[in-house]
Design a protein around this ligand. Structure first.
Ligand code: MG
Length: 452
């Protein structure tokens, strides 16, 4: 039984993600760990968070695990804590999903997200229903640690050039969307000597102002306030603050792919080493790597794939084109607050964010999605057809077809019955053309798949 999607177990709270599920998943973890060790358990600001966190705590204790309740925390904050103080962790979060959702994600002892193999082991235990329930005197110990976010913020400050940032006294508007980042980002910026204006900085699981996903259209208030106050930049998180996106000093949204390449460029200019990104990312990353003379590794989509590859090749930076930036010297996971601190470090040199964004190569990106009926068969047909085109192919995740002047990627979604199609080219017209080409390939293959 496949419980885990691209990012943990997700669904509507109290419908699919019910307390019983949280109890049993935590019991799976206890069973997996042989009823030994300490786990940190936390949640984001969602209304159902405390209910599910309490259930997970009960489940873990019943298998003899010792539990540290870390309260409301961003995902990168609990990951950092687990690495330093626990043997594993559970975070109750649905990241950027709408308000009614929640989810459960496991954290490995090294502070990384659980690997696919470990998730499969958990699924096996779950399907068997056989948990290591201990006798009464062996149930786990429990304590609360209220200092987790403070510890996390302190360590981000140590990982950037805080002196230089403080010297600039940057004016920053934050929009933490009433999510878990409300408890970290404003405090981090205060410690970094910024002048701060906060929007939606009260933790509130009804997400009264915007959806937890920081899409450009959801950030109109942030844009307005940056312009009104003459701020240097605006920063926004998703619900669990592992992602960060920006608007520049003119209130213009910084394209996620531009942000990723801009950060990669800055890092490899200071430290030579490989960089890692999923196949869905922009050619900008390849250009940055080529210019700096460093290796670029493409992975399957999903931050865990990027992080694992980074460990393997000893990368200096990695990330996804959705505001998910990974700084291995800090930790091997997407970290929104760390990404923000790093952007401030770049700005401390005196440049403006809009100028920095212009310093990376320009490309045009298009994407769309179409419903998938016979995902597997269709994908096989697409692979066959693509290999007959005589173009360079990459089948790391779906099918990516490279042309001389751009590429198109077709991949089945890991969470929904859809195909995602991405295209990129040096001009808008060609990007649209390539997207259409991708659409045609999918439509033809879907038709053929029904004949099989
Ligand atoms: Mg997230």
């Amino acid at each position: 039984m496949a419980l885990f999607g691209t990012n943990g177990v997700r669904g509507i709270a109290n419908e699919y993600i019910v307390p019983e599920l949280a109890v049993n998943l935590a019991r799976c973890l206890g069973t997996y760990m042989g009823s030994k060790g300490t786990v940190a358990i936390g949640c984001d600001t969602r209304i159902s968070g405390r209910m599910l966190k309490s259930a997970a705590i009960a489940g873990a204790l019943s298998t003899g695990l010792n539990v540290i309740d870390v309260g409301i925390v961003p995902t990168p904050s609990i990951l950092y804590y687990v690495r330093d103080f626990a043997d594993a962790g559970i975070i109750v979060t649905a990241s950027h999903n709408p308000r009614e959702y929640n989810g459960i994600k496991f954290i490995a002892g090294d502070g990384s997200e659980f690997s696919r193999d470990a998730e499969k082991d958990i699924e096996k235990i779950y399907s068997s229903g056989k948990y290591s329930i201990v006798s009464w005197e062996k149930t786990g110990s429990f304590r609360i640690d209220p200092g987790v976010n403070e510890y996390y913020v302190k360590n981000i400050i140590k990982s950037v050039n805080a002196e230089a940032i403080r010297g600039r006294r940057l004016k920053v508007v934050t929009d933490t969307g009433c999510g878990a980042g409300s408890l970290t980002l404003p405090f981090l910026l205060r410690e970094l000597g910024c002048q701060i204006l906060t929007l939606e900085a009260q933790p509130d699981g009804t997400f009264p102002w915007r959806n937890p996903e920081p899409l450009p259209e959801a950030l109109t208030e942030l844009t307005k306030l940056v312009k009104m106050t003459g701020a240097d930049l605006g920063a926004a998180h998703d619900g669990d603050a592992d992602r960060v996106v920006f608007v520049d000093e003119n209130g213009e949204f910084i394209n996620d792919e531009v942000l990723l390449a801009m950060m990669a460029k800055y890092i490899v200019e200071h430290e030579k080493g490989p960089i890692v990104t999923p196949v869905s990312s922009s050619q900008r990353m390849a250009d940055v790597a080529k210019d700096a003379g460093v290796e670029l590794y493409w992975t399957a989509v999903g931050s865990i794939n990027v992080a694992r590859k980074m460990m393997e090749v000893n990368a200096v930076f990695g990330g996804e084109g959705n505001g998910g930036l990974i700084f291995p010297k800090h930790q091997y996971c997407r970290d929104g607050a760390m990404g923000c601190a790093k952007v401030l470090e770049i700005l401390a040199d005196g440049e403006k964010l809009s100028e920095l964004a212009k310093s990376v190569p320009q490309y045009f990106n298009e994407k769309t999605k179409v419903p998938a009926k016979n995902t597997h068969t269709t994908m096989e047909i697409i692979k066959n057809e693509a290999s007959g085109l005589g173009q360079k192919l990459d089948t790391t995740d779906g099918v990516k077809i490279w042309y001389e002047d751009g590429w198109v990627l077709i991949r089945p979604s890991g969470t929904e019955p859809i195909f995602r199609i991405f295209a990129e080219a040096k001009n808008q017209e060609r990007a649209e053309e390539l997207l259409q080409e991708g659409l045609n390939i999918v439509t033809r293959a879907e038709k053929l798949s029904t004949l099989k």
